[in-house]
Design a protein around this ligand. Structure first.
Ligand code: CP
Ligand code: NVA
Length: 306
């Protein structure tokens, strides 16, 4: 039961809960904006962000309204938080006013502190370690195209970052075959990979880690990439652009993928870096459906937590 619980990582959900959220996302998407159920009626959802956001912020605000609730956007820098008020004190105070908190933070430990010190459920809207809402919307998108998740092969090419970590955990739970290709020093966290492998062993999925993008994409039905320098890593950008040379998802790399392979990206994208403009703006890309599905998936998450 997700009711009343926080969602900080995919590991907080059972396989059944993940499948249930995906099924509800489909139903909410089919029903459109006019939901006949309003599980957030009379509830206020705080949306507290330390970093920029287009998709996550807007889709959460819109989703809360469509479910009958009221979203309250809180830029961390405008709160006393921005002047050093302790996170725990902020969590305790917000818990006296609002019913749920959606938070985007730099450190994942900040989210954990918000959840531990407050008394309301906290939903991770991205931390340096995880992006669970993105991964759930991604599964929804993949299932719309492939008609299933079990046994579907996805290659993630690039930085073993927050998006990659959550994708590994989510895909492992639903029996997908995931391959990740990253340069030396940029592979996903070992602990995350081992958790994903454990899930895959139960679900019939498979997790494989490569250095070579060509090997990883061979025969893949979906090829996913994300930025080389995430928010907070701006100072490393030039070094990263050098280190990721050869990891661009372009038509040449896709020659080794399945003939009908689709390309995914959580956005925002840097055309000419992790993905070529030709691919991102071409017929293989399903990135706009991915972005739309954030709304449906997050409504399902909110409805189950409410
Ligand atoms: N993909 C994603 O989380 O985008 P935003 O940073 O715009 O929210
Ligand atoms: N990995 C990126 C994802 C942005 C949605 C970042 O953390 O900046």
């Amino acid at each position: 039961m997700m009711k009343g619980k926080s969602l900080l990582t995919i590991g907080d959900m059972s396989q059944e809960e993940l499948e249930d959220v995906l099924a509800l996302s489909d139903r909410l998407k089919a029903r459109g904006a006019e939901a006949d159920e309003r599980p957030l009626e009379g509830k206020v959802v705080g949306i507290l962000f330390e970093k920029s956001s287009t998709r996550t912020r807007v889709s959460f605000e819109v989703g809360v309204v469509q479910l009958g609730g009221a979203p309250l956007y809180l830029a961390a820098r405008d709160l006393q938080w921005g002047r050093g008020e302790p996170i725990g004190d902020t969590a305790r105070v917000l818990s006296r006013y609002i019913d749920f908190l959606v938070a985007r933070t730099f450190a994942h430990s900040t989210l954990e502190e918000l959840a531990e010190e407050g008394t309301i459920p906290v939903i991770n809207a991205l931390s340096d370690r995880f992006h669970p809402c993105q991964a759930i919307a991604d599964l929804l998108t993949i299932r719309e195209v492939a008609g299933k998740l079990q046994g579907v092969t996805l290659a993630y090419v690039g930085d073993g970052n927050n998006v990659c970590n959550s994708l590994l955990l989510a895909a492992g739970k639903v029996g997908m075959r995931i391959r990740v290709a990253s340069p030396k020093g940029y592979a996903p966290d070992r602990e995350v990979v081992s958790d994903a492998e454990e899930e895959a062993a139960k679900s019939g999925g498979q997790i494989r880690i490569f250095e070579s993008p060509t090997e990883a994409v061979r025969g893949a039905e979906f090829v996913y990439t994300d930025v080389w320098a995430s928010m907070g890593q701006e100072a490393e950008r030039d070094q990263r652009v050098r280190d990721f040379e050869g990891y661009q998802v372009d038509e040449a790399l896709l020659k080794d993928a399945a003939p009908e392979a689709r390309v995914m990206h959580c956005l925002p994208a840097h055309r000419g870096e992790e993905v070529s403009a030709e691919v991102l703006d071409g017929p293989r890309a399903i990135v706009w459906d991915q972005a739309e599905n954030r709304l449906h998936a997050q409504k399902a998450i909110l409805a189950r937590i409410a």
